[in-house]
Design a protein around this ligand. Structure first.
Ligand code: PLP
Length: 398
């Protein structure tokens, strides 16, 4: 019989190592800023990607009605039929394709939908291609499956535009998934129809699943977002992940979804059963109101982020020697700080200490943007202007 030394240190599963990196580089500055704010400091927080406007009144009212009607019990695992229908109709409208409710599984946020999707598609020995810069949690989402992340770094000098030949060269016999995020967090790049179609065709040709994270799909400042779901080439191996967090000012409600082939949806439902046992019915009723009611919130957020982007870029013009990347969507601006002689981490640390402005070090979004920091468009224009004034004065005084 094998005996275990009861005094030995507790052991954890190998997958815990795969998620260790999750945001650690990025959130230390944010945590420190929060501590400073709690102690009364006037810190301008440009870290967390949370929208600063209230959830629209008609969505709140729907949730209240639902609570009053006693909708506080278990819900169907894959989601309430009315919400799955609303999501399928919303997707069919956006993509111009047929989407059935059998393809839709509701999750508490796009994050959970992504996590579950990757659990269903990749495992040890597999490779998942990530187009860098990446959203800070992607490495951990892949790491938790036991698969290996294969970053394809898009060049800052080209504005992080897609280089298809780099993606193609990264595909091996082990590649299972390509994870796409357009509009991109943190670069703000919005891929055009040609690039999206080319990626979809590449994935179809090479038998790779394409997972499309579209949480910023409503937040574009010029050309609209194009989803690979509009391309019929890939329908068999395409998963779209989305949520109401960013588009409808509902980050705290935790409501999102995955749409994929019906057989994948069955696996996703099994995962949802094992880990969630359904999402709260009153939140789902509010989500139906969000998807089927007035959509003014999307337009007003779009306009607001666009105005903030322009104000921030204008303010940063006098912050030499910083180099900015102009986002066409999303809610962030990426700034290259290498000409200061500091990397993104040291820059963010010193900026917080010296000017009380909190930004996220680029390393959180991949090694290739370690010389950058990310600024959120999450505060009103006057506060962004104040952040630029502090930043400029701090740079001049160094
Ligand atoms: C690119 C990207 N995907 C997914 C998420 C998670 O969104 P949700 O709140 O729907 O879980 C975020 C949140 O910031 C994000 O930036």
């Amino acid at each position: 019989m094998v005996t275990r030394d009861v005094n030995e240190a507790p052991r954890f599963a190998a997958r815990t190592r795969g998620v260790l990196t999750c945001g650690s580089a990025g959130w230390a500055v944010s945590d420190r800023a929060a501590t400073m704010v709690a102690a009364g400091a006037d810190v301008i927080q440009l870290t967390v990607g949370d929208v600063d406007v209230a959830t629209p009144a008609h969505i709140l009212a729907a949730a209240r009605r639902s609570l009053d009607a006693g909708r506080t019990h278990y819900a169907p695992i894959a989601g309430e039929p009315a919400l799955r229908e609303a999501i399928a109709a919303h997707a069919a409208r956006r993509y111009g394709t047929r989407v059935t409710t059998a393809q839709v599984v509701v999750f508490p946020g796009a994050q959970c939908a992504l996590f579950s999707t990757l659990q269903c598609l990749a495992g040890p020995g597999d490779e998942v291609i990530l187009l860098e810069p990446i959203y800070a949690t992607y490495e951990a989402v892949v790491g938790a499956t036991g698969a290996t992340s294969v970053p394809v770094s898009l060049r800052a000098d080209d504005g992080f535009t897609l280089q298809l030949e780099l993606v193609e060269a990264a595909i091996t016999a082990r590649t299972r998934v390509l994870l796409l995020n357009t509009p991109n967090n943190p670069s703000g790049l919005v891929l055009g129809a040609g690039d999206v179609a080319a990626l979809a065709a590449l994935c179809a040709r090479r038998g790779v699943w394409l997972v499309s994270d579209e949480v910023y799909g409503e937040l574009t400042f010029g050309a609209p977002h194009v989803s690979p779901a509009s391309s019929t080439l890939i329908a068999e191996r395409l998963v779209v992940v989305n949520s109401l967090s960013k588009s409808h000012a509902m980050t705290g409600w935790r409501i999102g979804w995955a749409i994929g082939p019906a057989d994948l949806a069955a696996h996703l439902t099994a995962f949802a059963q094992a880990q969630l046992f359904g999402s709260p019915p009153f939140v789902q009723d509010a989500a139906v109101a969000a998807l089927t009611g007035p959509q003014d919130i999307c337009e007003s957020l779009r306009a607001s982020y666009r105005q903030r982007r322009d104000a921030l870029l204008e303010g940063l013009r006098s912050c030499r020697p910083l180099r900015t990347f102009r986002p066409d969507g999303g809610m962030f601006v990426l700034v290259d700080v290498s000409a200061t002689g500091l990397d993104g981490g040291a820059f963010a640390d010193r900026l917080l200490a010296g000017a009380a402005v909190a930004v996220v070090p680029g390393a959180a979004f991949g090694a290739s943007v370690a010389d950058c920091v990310r600024l959120g468009l999450t505060v009103p224009v006057p506060r962004l202007q104040q952040a630029c004034e502090r930043l400029g004065a701090w740079l001049r005084g160094r």
